[in-house]
Design a binder for this molecule. Structure first.
Ligand SMILES: *Cc1c(COP(=O)(O)O)cnc(C)c1O
Length: 372
């Protein structure tokens, strides 16, 4: 390392020293530029392969007429639409530039040096990043069958705990928590700890025991529920998500929220997406059929996918996933290795169009055969 680089890195806040940036899925354009290929498929970021609905696209395009103006910084129309959707008050809604932004706001509002946050092994990678970035300590509970072990998490809660992060369902494992154990966990959690239930994949889940915790806010004033427009609504490019909470909690988040954090076309498209129930139904039905088919295809290859309720499946390859992932990339199929989640032998595969899933299964079969 050159001397100035070294000196500049030493200027960072101490907690930034060990922080590793979030690893996103490789963009198609980057892979094709590197390999000089075309026609790749990306099954790496849990995007909706159907994209957004027509109404959302039309609202986005209509907003193009006002690009010279700042967006509504208070997000009046979108917060009203979200509040109506959940039967809550607009004062309970906090907008984010993606729900990731809301997670960051939560860390900045409730965590600081000397405080801790608790989450599960294999849980979403943003929880440790958001925690560490503000100088707080991450306390990680061992997973049980790849999922959250709520008893192990409860055992890590102490007087220093500021936030408990729960992903339901979890990314990258696709595991989920039923209403009863989750309610019991929240009942036992001291009210001075903020509980975050991250429901990024809420609309994909069809399990009868899966809870809608947005209906629990009256009971748990320390609860924050997060949702996103990036997944089933197919608006990942626009970066828009939200938190639902007690109004006082929302008011605290609002203090650290960047002004104008959600851009105007995103707000317009999100309002339209929320009302487009047909697109959500269509997307859910597509995922139901294709998730089952990809699972069968993986099992037919002798692999063991983790049962998933999301729009992705994580599969144990029984060997280090790196070389398999590299071989898939060379064949133009982008999946997500999850070694950074403590799963070095697993690969996460997002559910794509039927043709993309066929391509994944055929390419993986060929790669595994070659590597045997
Ligand atoms: C994708 C994802 C999010 C958020 O994504 P945004 O694009 O920032 O809204 C949040 N939590 C989990 C578990 C996710 O997988």
């Amino acid at each position: 390392m050159t001397e100035p680089t070294h000196r500049l890195l030493a200027l960072a806040a101490p907690q930034i020293g060990d922080l590793k940036p979030y690893l996103p899925g490789k963009p198609i354009s980057e892979l094709e530029r590197e390999l000089g290929i075309s026609g790749s498929v990306k099954l790496a970021s849990n995007e909706n392969p159907l994209g957004c609905g027509e109404a959302a696209r039309a609202a986005y395009l209509a907003a193009a007429g006002e690009l010279g103006r700042y967006p509504d910084g208070g997000g009046f129309a979108l917060r009203a639409a979200i509040a109506a959707h959940h039967g809550l008050m607009a004062e309970q809604v906090t907008l984010g530039n993606g729900s990731n932004d809301v997670l960051d706001q939560i860390a900045r509002a409730f965590l600081y040096p000397g405080r801790e946050s608790v989450f599960s092994e294999h849980a979403f990678a943003v929880y440790p990043i958001a925690t560490t970035a503000v100088g707080a300590i991450a306390r990680v509970a061992s997973a049980r069958d790849y999922g959250h072990d709520l008893e192990a998490m409860a055992a890590l809660v102490s007087a220093r705990t500021g936030v408990v992060w729960i992903a339901n369902p979890n990314n990258p494992t696709g595991t989920w928590i039923a209403a009863e154990p989750l309610r019991a966990f929240l009942c036992a959690l001291p009210e001075r700890c903020i509980a975050v239930v991250d429901e990024a994949y809420f609309d994909y889940v069809e399990e009868p025991q899966y809870p809608d915790t947005s209906t629990w806010l009256d009971r748990f004033p320390n609860l924050i529920v997060t949702r996103t427009f990036a997944k089933i609504h197919g608006l990942a490019a626009l970066r828009v998500g939200y938190g639902l909470s007690h109004p006082a909690v929302a008011e605290l988040l609002n203090r650290v929220r960047q002004p104008f954090n959600v851009n105007a076309p995103a707000q317009a498209a999100a309002v339209a997406a929320l009302a487009d129930h047909a697109h959500v139904r269509r997307s859910r039905a597509h995922n139901r059929a294709e998730l089952a088919r990809v699972g069968e295809g993986l099992r037919a290859l002798g692999l063991a996918p983790i049962p998933s309720v999301g729009n992705f499946v994580t599969v144990d390859l029984g060997r280090p996933a790196g070389p398999i992932d590299q071989a898939l990339l060379r064949a133009g199929v982008i999946c997500r290795p999850v070694a950074n989640y403590g799963l070095p032998q697993h690969l996460r595969i997002s559910i794509g169009l039927a043709s993309e899933n066929d391509r994944l299964l055929a390419t993986l079969a060929a790669v595994l055969k070659r590597c045997d």
